[in-house]
Design a protein around this ligand. Structure first.
Ligand code: ADP
Length: 164
């Protein structure tokens, strides 16, 4: 049996930002359960290791039983099959996200025609926010504590203090 009211929200979460949290909160208004699936892509280099990325998510969502933090490697459609979930959630910040998200949604459907992708639009205040930009700011000695959870702010300061 597929879990119809459960969705998978895949991403790198390197690190989690308030933009991701905004999407998760919107998702919980519609779906019963969200599996936040952290991607481990050996070809990509991350600031935070898989365990650290998952730990930050768990520390933010630890008490919320409708959110599960998991990780995966390889094809998303294979992960979905294993979890018996048909729906993927993604965030659309701006037109610039559209092209790549559209391609990914169609490619996933091509590989497995049962897979659907649902997009949520975040609050405008997060429409310019990305993990990449956040890392660049901290690397240059700035911080944007209002854009990331407290634990992420601490971890970013720590990471760049040890000269990441
Ligand atoms: P990527 O998938 O490029 O590694 P992320 O892991 O950061 O990037 O993103 C996972 C998903 O979350 C993507 O759908 C992305 O568009 C979305 N997302 C990231 N940041 C935001 C934000 N500020 N507002 C809304 N959605 C976001």
């Amino acid at each position: 049996m597929t879990e119809k009211n459960t969705v998978v929200y895949p991403g790198s979460y390197d690190p989690l930002t308030n933009g991701h949290i905004d999407i998760i909160e919107r998702g919980l208004k519609i779906f019963d359960k969200i599996i936040v699936a952290v991607l481990r892509n050996p070809a990509k280099s991350y600031l935070f290791g898989l365990e650290e990325r998952c730990a930050m998510l768990r520390s933010v969502f630890g008490d919320e039983e409708r959110i599960e933090v998991d990780h995966f490697q390889g094809l998303l459609v294979d992960y979905l099959k294993g979890r018996k979930v048909l729906t993927v959630v993604r965030g659309l910040r701006a037109i610039s996200d559209f092209e790549i998200e559209f391609q990914m949604a169609l490619m996933n459907r091509k590989i497995d025609s049962a897979v659907e992708t649902v997009f949520f639009v975040p609050s405008e205040s997060y429409s310019f926010l990305s993990s990449k930009l956040v890392k660049e700011i901290y690397q240059l000695g700035g911080h944007v504590a209002s854009m990331v959870p407290e634990i992420v702010d601490l971890k970013l300061k720590e990471a760049f203090a040890r000269g990441a």
